[in-house]
Design a protein around this ligand. Structure first.
Ligand code: ZN
Length: 316
C-alpha cells in the first residue's frame, strides 16, 4: 500500500530523517498517528503493554490488548496507515537501551510520563548533539485528570535544553497537586480493577498532540520560521497552576502588567492570574481554558545564571 495522503506534502528529505518516539501511551501513539509520514525510519520505543484501561483514549483498540505498545503502534501504522514495515522499528525496551542505537536521530519525541526520564532523554540529546548533527526534542504530556497539558520544544539542546526550561519555569516546577509524574497513567485513577473514566482527558490529549505535531514538523524541516525554545500550556478545565514566579522578580512585574492589559482590553474573560505569595516566596501563575495555548518563550541557557529577564508568558 502506498501513502497517497501525503504525496506532495512531505519534503523529499523526509526519507532521510530518523524520528525516535519514546513512550507510546495515548500521547505518543496519537502523535505517530497524526504526524504525516513516512520517514526514513520511525523508531518506536515503549517497554509497556497495552492494557484495557488505556484503550479508551488510545488510538489503538481492543484488538491490540496485551501487545507491547511499540509493537502495537507499528502494527497499526503498517496495517491501517500503509506505512512500509521496513521504515518502522519497534522496541519493547527502555529509552536508555534504545537511544544509543540512534545517534543519527533527527528528532526525539518524548512522551514518557515522568520527569526524571525526560531529563535523561534531554541529557542524551545534549550529549549527542554536535555542530554537524543537532538532535532537537519535543516533550509532551497531559496533567492528571486531563485538566490540561504541556509541550516543551527544544530545537537546539546545546543552546537551551529541557533543564533550562524547568529552571526557567521556577525551581518548584509544579505545585503539589501536580507534582511528580504528571500525566502518569491518568487512566489509572480510581482502582486498578475499576479504572475511572476521566472527563476531558481525551480532549487534553488531542489538544496537546495538536500542538506537538506542527512543532515537530518545523523542527524536522526548519524553513524560514525556525522554532524557538518554548513551553506551551493548555488548560481544559478550571484554573491550572503551570508555573511559579519568584516574589519581586522581573517576570512577576511583566506578568502583572500583561494581565492588567488583558483586563483593559475588555476581554470577556481573563485567562491568567497570579496567586498571593506563598511562604517560600513564590507566586503561582495560573491559566484557564482559552482557544489557543499559553506560551513561554526564550529563556536563559543553562548553566548560566537564570535571571529570568528573558521570559514572558504570552498568548499564541
Ligand atoms: Zn539547559
Amino acid at each position: 500500500m502506498q501513502t497517497f495522503r501525503t504525496h506532495g506534502l512531505l519534503p523529499s528529505e523526509a526519507l532521510k530523517k530518523t524520528v525516535v518516539v519514546l513512550g507510546l501511551g495515548s500521547v505518543g501513539a496519537s502523535f505517530v498517528a497524526d504526524i504525516p509520514y513516512e520517514f526514513g525510519m520511525l523508531v518506536l520505543v515503549d517497554p509497556g503493554k497495552l492494557k484495557v484501561e488505556n484503550v479508551e483514549r488510545h488510538p489503538l483498540g481492543k484488538s491490540h490488548l496485551g501487545w507491547n505498545k511499540a509493537d502495537a503502534a507499528k502494527d497499526f501504522l503498517v496495517k491501517e496507515k500503509g506505512v512500509p514495515a521496513g521504515r518502522i522499528k519497534a522496541f519493547s525496551q527502555t529509552d536508555k537501551e534504545v537511544l544509543p542505537l540512534f545517534t543519527n536521530a533527527d528528532l526525539v519525541v518524548c512522551a514518557i510520563d515522568d520527569k526524571p526520564s525526560c531529563r535523561r532523554v534531554n541529557d542524551w540529546c545534549f550529549e549527542h548533539s554536535t555542530p554537524k548533527h543537532n538532535i532537537p526534542a519535543i516533550y509532551g504530556g497531559v496533567y492528571p485528570l486531563g485538566l490540561g497539558g504541556e509541550v516543551i520544544a527544544i530545537p537546539t539542546p546545546r543552546e537551551v535544553c529541557y533543564r533550562c526550561a524547568e529552571r526557567q519555569r521556577a525551581t518548584k516546577v509544579l505545585p503539589p497537586a501536580h507534582a511528580g509524574n504528571y500525566g502518569l497513567n491518568p487512566e489509572l485513577l480510581g482502582s486498578a480493577d475499576s479504572p475511572k473514566a476521566i472527563p476531558a482527558l481525551k480532549a487534553s490529549i488531542t489538544a496537546i498532540v495538536s500542538e506537538m505535531v506542527p512543532l515537530a514538523w518545523r523542527m524536522l524541516f526548519p524553513g524560514d520560521d525556525p522554532v524557538t525554545p518554548q513551553i506551551r500550556f493548555r488548560a481544559l478545565e478550571g484554573w491550572i497552576e503551570v508555573a511559579r514566579i519568584p516574589r519581586g522578580s522581573t517576570e512577576l512585574e511583566i506578568e502583572v502588567r500583561e494581565i492588567g492589559i488583558h483586563k483593559k482590553l475588555l476581554l470577556a474573560e481573563n485567562n491568567a492570574k497570579i496567586t498571593p505569595v506563598d511562604p517560600e516566596g513564590y507566586h503561582g501563575y495560573l491559566i484557564r481554558r482559552q482557544p489557543w495555548p499559553k506560551l513561554v518563550v526564550q529563556w536563559s541557557r543553562c548553566p548560566s545564571p537564570h535571571g529570568g529577564q528573558n521570559v514572558q508568558f504570552s498568548d499564541l
